[in-house]
Ligand binder design. Structure first.
Ligand SMILES: O=C(O)c1cc(=O)[nH]c(=O)n1[C@@H]1O[C@H](COP(=O)(O)O)[C@@H](O)[C@H]1O
Length: 276
């Protein structure tokens, strides 16, 4: 998908919500357990209830892999029922030596038809470039993650006299690997105080922002400090939406939770993005 198409969808839906399909078989509503593929049935109903409110879905691959072959089947079936205009993210956090990354790219972009994949930058340019060979397929590179451990490496100060954090060097260097039409960055919503430093280096890139909802990040802060002229944000929420209820009304409650976020996003789009 092109950046223009993504922005078009954001304007049309007045939303930059990404819903995380982190579907844990242990958290499925009981009445779904009789279905042949309960995980798929759960996803199907979530997608049906929320597709007009979000612009992206992000299945976290761990939730599917953990179930072995049947998990991959649930994932493929889920991908097939996501409407074509919606951006899809394989949250797989991959990256390896070149020829291995090529196979990861084939797995998620050819065997499966994802628009994008999350990739770890630690192994450097040659581990990321194999994901960038097809136009319209995106790399979403981990820059400043939402978890407490982000301090362990990403926040280390480099000893080159510039007083930069390691995550800033990751942004600066990797911005040369692809255009703004093929690269996005993960920046946690819990990292609001650093968002201006991120935008100083990558003003035009889209950022995938997880960490609102269950992890407590502020949608208002990330929107105010992180938006650019093309919105430039995809804000993910997983548990707070898909597990809004554990009963028969789970899809309806997921819709209500998504609608609440979308309404707030509509306000920020009007306030901060001039195009509306
Ligand atoms: O790459 C990610 O999506 C990601 C990066 C990060 O820094 N923090 C983070 O929480 N995530 C993912 O975003 C989702 C957050 O889920 P909730 O906390 O339930 O909204 C999970 O799938 C995480 O794996």
């Amino acid at each position: 998908m092109t950046r223009e198409k993504l922005f078009e969808q954001i304007l049309q839906k007045k939303s930059y919500l990404c819903i995380g399909l982190d579907t844990d078989p242990k958290r499925l509503p009981e009445h779904l357990l009789d279905h042949e593929d309960p995980v798929f049935e759960f996803n199907r109903q979530i997608v049906e209830a929320t597709a007009d409110l979000c612009v992206a879905y992000k299945p976290n691959i761990a939730f599917y892999e953990a179930q072995g072959p049947k998990g991959w089947v649930s994932l493929e079936k889920t991908l097939e029922i996501i409407p074509e205009e919606i951006f899809t993210i394989a949250d797989a956090k991959r990256g390896d030596i070149g020829n291995t990354s090529e196979l990861y790219a084939r797995a998620f972009f050819e065997t499966m038809n994802f628009n994008s994949i999350t990739v770890a930058p630690y192994m450097g340019a040659d581990s990321v470039k194999p994901f960038l060979v097809q136009p319209g397929r995106w790399v979403i590179l981990l820059a400043l993650t939402s978890n407490p451990g982000s301090k362990d490496f990403q926040m280390l100060k480099l000893s080159d006299g510039n007083e930069e954090y390691l995550f800033e060097q990751v942004l600066r260097e990797s911005a040369n690997w692809a255009s703004v039409g093929q690269m996005m960055y993960v920046v946690g919503a819990t990292q609001g105080e650093y968002i201006e430093r991120v935008r100083a280096i990558v003003p035009n890139h889209f950022l995938l922002v997880p960490g609102v909802g269950a992890q407590g990040g502020s949608l208002e802060e990330i929107s105010r400090l992180g938006m650019n002229q093309q919105c430039g944000l995809l804000v993910n929420s997983s548990r707070a939406i898909i597990y809004a209820s554990s009963g028969r009304d789970f899809a309806e409650k997921a819709r209500e939770a998504a609608l609440e976020v979308q309404k707030e996003m509509e306000q920020y789009l009007e306030q901060y993005v001039m195009h509306l």
